[in-house]
Design a protein around this ligand. Structure first.
Ligand SMILES: *Cc1c(COP(=O)(O)O)cnc(C)c1O
Length: 220
C-alpha cells in the first residue's frame, strides 16, 4: 500500500464516521503522527497534502528539523510528554504543544516568549505508563494558560488504555468531551489509527494517526 492509498482510506474512514455522526468532515482534522519514522517520510506526507504533524520526542524533532524546514505551511505538534527542562527547545521546534499536563509546564512554555498553541493532555485511566494531568487538575491549568501572554488554549487530548475492542475507548472520549464543555474548550484531540471512528462519533476535532498512514513503527 502506498501512502497515498493509506491517506485515502483514512480520509474515507473519517468521512464515513462523520456521516454516521451527522458531522461535517471539515470539522475533523488529521494529525499525521510521524514519530520513529525518518524525516523523509514527513516530506512524502507533505507531498500528498498533509500539513499537520505529530512528533513525540523533542530530540527526535530536533534531528529532523533541518530536513523539513522548507515545507511551507507545515506545522508540528508535540504529542509526547514534555519535561520542563526542555521547554526552550520545544518552543523553537513546535507550533503546538498538545501534551501540557501541569501549571508549571504551562508557565515555563509561556516564559519562552513565542506564541504557542496549547492542548492539555488529560489522563482518564489509571495506567502507570501514561502521561497527562488528572481531570480534577485541568481547571488550574486552563486558568494558567488563559492568564498567560504567549499561549493560546486550543483543546484537550486523551489516550485511552489500548484495547482490541474500540468500544472500550468510548467512555474516555465522552468524559473528555464533557470536560472540555465545562471549560468552554473548543478542540478535542482523541482517536488514533484503531479507534478514530469512535472518537469522531464522540466529537473529536483532531484524530492523531500514525500506523494507518505510515505502517507499523519499528521499536525504538
Ligand atoms: C503514537 C501516537 C499516536 C498514533 O498512534 P497510531 O496507533 O500509530 O495511529 C497518537 N497519539 C499519540 C499520543 C501517540 O503517541
Amino acid at each position: 500500500m502506498s501512502l497515498r492509498d493509506n491517506l485515502e482510506r483514512v480520509q474515507q474512514r473519517i468521512v464515513d464516521a462523520c456521516a454516521r455522526a451527522h458531522r461535517d468532515p471539515q470539522d475533523v482534522r488529521l494529525l499525521a503522527v510521524t514519530k520513529i519514522f525518518p524525516a523523509e517520510v514527513i516530506r512524502e506526507a507533505y507531498a500528498v497534502g498533509l500539513r499537520e504533524f505529530g512528533e513525540n520526542y523533542v530530540q527526535e524533532m530536533e534531528n529532523k528539523a533541518a530536513t523539513v524546514a522548507d515545507l511551507e505551511g507545515s506545522r508540528f505538534h508535540l504529542i509526547g510528554h514534555l519535561q520542563s527542562n526542555k521547554t526552550k527547545k520545544a518552543a523553537q521546534l513546535f507550533a503546538a504543544i498538545d501534551s501540557v499536563d501541569s501549571v508549571k509546564l504551562a508557565r515555563r512554555l509561556d516564559g519562552e516568549g513565542v506564541p504557542l498553541d496549547i492542548t492539555i493532555e488529560v489522563k482518564l485511566s489509571h495506567e502507570e505508563s501514561k502521561s497527562g494531568t488528572a481531570a480534577d487538575a485541568v481547571a488550574e491549568i486552563v486558568e494558567a494558560v488563559r492568564a498567560s501572554t504567549n499561549l493560546k488554549l486550543k483543546g484537550l487530548m486523551t489516550v485511552p488504555p489500548w484495547s482490541e475492542d474500540v468500544e472500550l475507548s468510548r467512555p474516555y472520549f465522552v468524559t473528555l468531551r464533557e470536560l472540555a464543555a465545562t471549560h468552554s474548550i473548543p478542540e478535542l484531540s482523541m482517536g488514533m489509527s484503531h479507534d478514530l471512528e469512535v472518537a469522531i462519533e464522540e466529537g473529536a476535532t483532531w484524530v492523531r494517526v500514525g500506523t494507518a498512514l505510515f505502517g507499523r513503527r519499528k521499536k525504538q
